[in-house]
Design a protein around this ligand. Sequence first.
Ligand SMILES: [Zn+2]
Length: 99
Amino acid sequence: MPPVAYRCSNCLEHTLTREFDVSHFSVKCPKCGEFARFIHEGVFDQYEAFEASPPEDLDWGRLGRLEKFIVAEGIARQGKTMDDYDVDIHDDTDDTDDS
Ligand SMILES: [Zn+2]
């Protein structure tokens, strides 16, 4: 397997290369010093594409950065479509983590 690049989700600048292919992993970023989530380059590319051209069916600008990465990950790696997120993200009444 060729090396995969992962981008720091905190500073969005530092890139690490690993020999494994996962959606993300967490490690202390040598650039910004945060224990940050490093995002697979394919997911990051999707994130940047949405930043440049937000999807019509989703209120992209309302999402937090981590939520954006979760959406991008689903699109890039799990074969999801925007329809999947139209349900998940706009449903504020069934969020058990919301306190
Ligand atoms: Zn960083």
